[in-house]
Design a protein around this ligand. Sequence first.
Ligand SMILES: NC(=O)c1ccc[n+]([C@@H]2O[C@H](COP(=O)([O-])OP(=O)(O)OC[C@H]3O[C@@H](n4cnc5c(N)ncnc54)[C@H](O)[C@@H]3O)[C@@H](O)[C@H]2O)c1
Ligand SMILES: C[C@@H](O)[C@H](N)C(=O)O
Length: 373
Amino acid sequence: MLSVRVCSPGSAASLRFCLGCTNKIPLMRESTRCMSWSPRQLRVQISNPPDTVKSEHPRVLITGGLGQLGVGLARLLRKQYGKNNVILSDIKKPSDEVYNSGPFVYADVLDYKNLQELVINNRITWLVHYSALLSAIGEANVALARRVNITGLHNVLDIALENRLRLFVPSTIGAFGPTSPRDPTPDLCIQRPRTIYGVSKVHAELIGEYFHHKYGLDFRCLRYPGIISADTEPGGGTTDYAVKIFHDAVNSKTFDCYLRPDTRLPMMHISDCHRATLEFLQAPAGQLTLRTYNIGAVSFTPEEVAAEIRSHIPELRVTYTLDAVRQSIADSWPRRFDDSNARRDWGWKPSFSLPELVSDMLRSVRAQREKES
Ligand SMILES: NC(=O)c1ccc[n+]([C@@H]2O[C@H](COP(=O)([O-])OP(=O)(O)OC[C@H]3O[C@@H](n4cnc5c(N)ncnc54)[C@H](O)[C@@H]3O)[C@@H](O)[C@H]2O)c1
Ligand SMILES: C[C@@H](O)[C@H](N)C(=O)O
């Protein structure tokens, strides 16, 4: 039968490291066992307090890795830590190129046992949890979004806690709502999103931070802006227009936008997003005054990005056919992020301005087109 020991200050147990007390208490004997209040009530063998987990040679599992962001992050992590130390996973079939580039496994985040097996068999130390249904597709599939984004997260959190993983979960500009300050939006402010996506991300931020404070889970979360990439497609979000405009500009020189021309949203080039994720994952825990940070880069409207594209493709013609769902989501989101805490604590700095982002996207989309023809 499982019993639970609660550490109280001054007791003999409080001289040992305990999940409930995190790293505030000196570790006396590495072999000491302690019970956690993990929701699945598993016995946890403590061998390393969070700050001594070796970050120089992690073994990484990425869930939901075949979406817009996972493959590029795996490429960057593999460069740093070796091909076989980074496992991509998803419930979709990988392309030949992805399959041949490094380890890939099937993993449904709703299947707790399979995830647990994967983590144990592969001695995973960092888990990057990318599986999610994004804002627009989530509104069209609320029940599924609730399962994947909330139940899936609970599985991952429990596994991270039981196996003492460093857990990275991205949040989003979508974690804010119409009552949040929008220009700029600070890290700590009112968060009352009106989408299942946003609600699930606020839940992820709060429960992750709670597990950090209560059990010492090394939970790390960045709120990403809309991410702009050339060689991977966005997965059904509100910011997807800002990727499609580049493909349409190159292919047909016309673009029909579903947002109003003056809808300002925070955006970021995918390589800035990947670099931010790696730098944040590598940051010493002692430098982090928060566990959830905004990261900003650029902020633009459809008419501003179209104007910048026109400096390369003057013939580009943009029409506007509004999508009421995505417009109302965008109208409730931040217009600009305040990311001063990330800049101060772990040195975050974006590389791509709007002109650089536009030049790079057009160059990449054209190169892709030539390769395909
Ligand atoms: N792309 C962005 O602009 C952006 C911005 C902010 C935050 N984020 C966050 O970053 C993460 C990755 O985003 P993305 O753009 O790559 O998303 P995406 O929609 O492109 O990919 C998500 C992946 O999750 C997978 N998935 C769905 N259900 C699953 C399940 N049950 N088990 C395992 N995998 C499942 C899908 O097959 C898909 O490949 C998400 O959590 C998202 O909320 C993305
Ligand atoms: C912003 C982000 O979370 C995603 N691209 C979406 O629009 O839903």
